[in-house]
Design a protein around this ligand. Structure first.
Ligand code: ADP
Length: 348
C-alpha cells in the first residue's frame, strides 16, 4: 500500500517536472474553477508566482487572462468541446497568446497557453518590409510618370528642357534598378550555401576594392595599412567585395570631396580585423544604433539624391554575419566614421 502511494507520488512528480520543461503554459482547473496545477511557463506568462496561483479560484481573479479563461472554461464545459482562442496581453511587453481549453470528462479543464509573440513579430516585420518597398518604388515611379506626362503634353518644349527631363527620368529608373538589385541581393543572401566559401586573400581583395573605387570616384584619397601581404579567410570573395565596396562608397558619399579613406587590415589571434575609416560628416549618437536596420536613412533626401534607400549597411551586416564575423561602427559627427569588421581566419 505504502509503496503504491510512493510510486504514484513518484510518477506524479516526474510528470510535473516534464510539464515544467515545456515552453507552453499548462494549467489544470477543477470543476469549481480552482487551480489544481500550473506549470512554470504558465506562471511566467501571467507574471505571478506558482504559490499565488495554486488553490486560488479563477472566478475571483481580476487578472484579464484568468477572467477570459473562466469564461471560456464555462463555455467549453457547456458545449463539451475543445475551445481555442487568441488574445493580446499588455504585461511588461505585449504578448500574443493562443489559448486551448480542453474540458475534462468529470468537470474542470486543462488549459494550454502558447506564446505566439515571435511569430507575430515575423508577420509584422514582413508587412513593414512590404510597406517600405512599395513606398521606395512608388516615389521614383511617380516622378517618372510626372515627367513622361510633361513630355507627352508639351511636345514643343525646348531641347535643353527635354534633355533635363530625360536625365531625371533616367536617374529615377537607375534608382529603382538599384533598389530592386539590393532587394534581390538581400533575398539571395538568405540562401548562400557554405560550400560556396573558398579560401580568399583579404589583402588582395582590399587592393582590388581600392582600384574599383578609384574608377568610380577618381579623386578619393585612399590609404591602405596591412600587417601582412597575404591574409587568408574562408569566404565568398564576391560577397566580401560587395560588403567592402558598400562601406567604401558610403565613405565617399558621406564626405565632402575629395574623401579621405583609410583601410587598415590587421590580424589578432585567429581573427582578421578590417577597419574602414573616413573623415566625413559622421553619424549622431541617436542614429548610430539604427543604421544597420533595413531602409533606415539618417537624411532621406540626402540618401535619395545619392541613389540610396537605406539597404546598403543591412546587406553588409548580413554578409559579415554569413561569414560568422562581426561589424561595429564608431562615429563622431563632423569628424568621421570607422566601420570595423572582424572575421575568423582560414582554418586550413
Ligand atoms: P544609404 O543607401 O542611405 O546610404 P546605408 O544602409 O548604406 O543606406 O546607410 C544607412 C545610413 O547610415 C545612411 O543613410 C547614412 O546616413 C548613414 N551612413 C552610412 N555610412 C556612413 C558614413 N560612412 N558616414 C556617415 N553616415 C553614414
Amino acid at each position: 500500500m505504502r509503496t503504491g502511494i510512493l510510486r504514484a507520488l513518484f510518477f506524479r512528480k516526474e510528470k510535473e517536472s516534464i510539464l515544467d520543461l515545456l515552453m507552453e503554459g499548462v494549467m489544470v482547473l477543477d470543476g469549481a474553477g480552482v487551480i489544481r496545477y500550473v506549470n512554470r511557463a504558465f506562471a511566467k506568462l501571467i507574471s505571478l508566482s506558482r504559490s499565488e496561483l495554486l488553490n486560488s479560484s479563477i472566478a475571483l481573479s481580476k487578472k484579464e487572462l484568468l477572467v477570459r479563461i473562466h469564461a471560456l472554461m464555462t463555455l467549453a464545459q457547456r458545449q463539451k468541446t475543445i475551445i481555442t482562442d487568441s488574445m493580446t496581453l499588455e504585461e511588461e511587453q505585449t504578448i500574443f497568446l493562443d489559448l486551448i481549453i480542453v474540458p475534462k470528462q468529470k468537470k474542470g479543464a486543462v488549459i494550454l497557453l502558447q506564446d505566439k509573440s515571435s511569430q507575430h513579430q515575423v508577420v509584422e516585420m514582413g508587412k513593414e518590409f512590404i510597406a517600405n518597398v512599395s513606398h521606395e518604388l512608388r516615389t521614383p515611379l511617380t516622378i517618372i510618370r510626372g515627367f513622361a506626362e510633361t513630355l507627352q503634353d508639351m511636345p514643343l518644349l525646348s531641347r535643353p528642357m527635354v534633355t533635363e527631363i530625360v536625365e531625371k527620368i533616367v536617374r529615377n529608373c537607375e534608382r529603382m534598378n538599384t533598389l530592386v538589385k539590393n532587394l534581390l541581393t538581400l533575398s539571395d543572401l538568405e540562401h548562400v550555401p557554405h560550400f560556396r566559401f573558398q579560401s580568399c586573400d583579404l589583402a588582395a581583395l582590399v587592393d582590388r576594392c581600392k582600384d574599383l573605387l578609384l574608377t568610380l570616384a577618381p579623386k578619393t584619397q585612399i590609404k591602405i595599412e596591412k600587417s601582412k601581404e597575404s591574409i587568408l579567410i574562408d569566404g565568398d570573395a564576391d560577397l566580401l567585395e560587395l560588403a567592402l565596396m558598400n562601406l567604401l562608397e558610403n565613405g565617399v558619399k558621406y564626405s565632402t570631396p575629395p574623401a579621405h579613406l583609410t583601410i587598415a587590415l590587421d590580424h589578432k589571434e585567429n581573427n582578421v580585423i578590417i577597419a574602414i575609416q573616413d573623415r566625413g560628416i559622421g553619424i549622431s549618437a541617436q542614429d548610430l544604433p539604427h543604421i544597420f536596420e533595413r531602409f533606415y536613412t539618417v537624411d532621406k533626401s540626402h540618401s535619395r539624391r545619392l541613389g540610396g534607400a537605406g539597404l546598403g549597411l543591412s546587406i553588409v551586416k548580413t554578409i559579415i554575419n554569413k561569414h560568422e564575423g562581426t561589424l561595429v561602427v564608431a562615429s563622431q559627427p563632423g569628424q568621421g566614421t570607422t566601420f570595423t569588421i572582424t572575421l575568423p581566419c582560414s582554418r586550413h
